[in-house]
Write a protein that binds this ligand. Structure first.
Ligand SMILES: NC(=O)c1ccc[n+]([C@@H]2O[C@H](COP(=O)([O-])OP(=O)(O)OC[C@H]3O[C@@H](n4cnc5c(N)ncnc54)[C@H](OP(=O)(O)O)[C@@H]3O)[C@@H](O)[C@H]2O)c1
Length: 321
């Protein structure tokens, strides 16, 4: 790559504390600017992370001609607006999960990407990690025989009182926030969306779903179940059950705590340990290469559209219970 890819951050969101070290550590990337609705917050982040330029509005950063990629970690209801504005400013976009709240919004993003000749990619960082690559390799080798059943749990105690996740109009709720991971994962494994779902959700005082339980049926006789909660201690896993074996995956989404794959089949158990690394490193590397035309996009907008569509379907099913 001739020149480094210059990143701009739209906001001082909490997640930037984990994302910035990945940009700083990437040889193809440079962290050029950060914007906040409050210039003091941008200046503070710039001091902490040694970022060259700061802006007191998101639009001012988009107007900077010396930015190649914009990272958008805004509350979910703002993803559409700022992704469209960034694309129209000629910037590539890495926008946090969930990319959007309706399939129509994803379609608008796809049109903007095409019209402005930029990449728009959803920041599902687990898709870029070596553990996920190994899972896909094992599945492509057919180690489980015919896949029949998938199960995933993802939970943590959520107690940030002023968090946008508690506001329904901001795209809050546990399904949009955490459920998008297992939904995306199941669809990565099957290469398809469920054709039938049933779902149950428990709502909190602010009207968002705090726990969500669902069963999804895919073609080829594959069924999956998910259990997601803001009210249970930290935990995440996936199990894949096939006619010839079972795969147990610890920390499939955020590689913190115990990680790794255990495969159980006729010959016994096989372990594939994975170390806990900065989860965003591979995502930043991949996005920088894609922006410079040296790699394919990993999470396509078709993938994202399918995830958003299934989440809408699950909410619809749960609202009818
Ligand atoms: N991939 C992952 O592992 C991961 C982890 C956590 C979060 N996320 C995603 O990242 C995004 C941000 O999550 P977060 O927890 O980092 O959010 P957060 O800490 O609440 O930060 C969101 C930022 O958005 C800006 N903002 C603009 N309008 C706002 C409004 N009306 N209300 C609140 N904030 C507003 C604020 O920045 P300024 O004041 O600086 O403008 C705020 O700091 C979400 O889409 C989430 O799903 C991803």
């Amino acid at each position: 790559m001739k020149n480094k890819i210059r990143w701009g951050l739209l906001s001082t969101a909490s997640i930037t504390d984990q994302f910035i070290p990945a940009i700083k550590g990437n040889k193809h990337s440079e962290l050029a600017a950060i914007a906040s609705r409050d210039i003091h917050k941008a200046d503070e982040a710039a001091r902490q992370w040694k970022i060259e330029r700061t802006y007191g509005s998101y639009q001012a950063l988009l107007d900077d001609p010396n930015i190649d990629i914009v990272y958008i970690p805004l509350p979910n209801h703002l993803h559409l607006e700022w992704t469209l504005k960034a694309a129209r400013a000629g910037k590539h976009v890495l926008v946090e999960k969930p990319i959007a709240l309706t399939v129509e919004e994803v379609d608008q993003m796809a049109a903007a990407a095409k019209e402005n000749n930029v990449i728009i990619q959803e920041g599902f960082m687990y898709r870029f990690n070596p553990q996920t690559a190994k899972i896909n390799t094992l599945m492509n080798e057919g180690v489980l025989g015919e896949l029949r059943f998938m199960r995933s749990g993802f939970q943590h105690i959520h107690n940030r009182a002023d968090d946008y996740r508690l506001t329904p109009e901001f795209g809050g709720g546990v399904l949009w926030d955490m459920g998008c991971y297992p939904v995306s994962f199941f669809q990565m494994i099957t290469g398809s969306a469920p054709f039938r779902v049933s779902a149950y959700r428990q709502l909190g005082k602010t009207g968002i779903d705090r726990s969500f339980f669902a069963t999804m049926h895919f073609i080829k006789g594959i069924t999956s179940q998910l259990a997601i909660s803001f009210d249970l201690p930290s935990f995440s896993n996936v199990e894949l059950h096939g006619t010839e074996g079972i795969m147990f995956i610890s920390s499939p989404f955020k590689q913190r705590g115990p990680t790794g794959i255990i495969l159980k089949h006729s010959k016994g158990f096989q372990n594939f340990p994975f170390s806990t690394k900065d989860p965003f490193t591979a995502e930043v590397e991949s996005m920088a290469l894609a922006a410079s035309g040296e790699a394919e996009v990993v999470v396509t907008l078709q993938d994202s559209r399918r995830t958003v569509s299934t989440i809408q379907m699950l909410h619809e099913a749960a609202s009818n219970v």
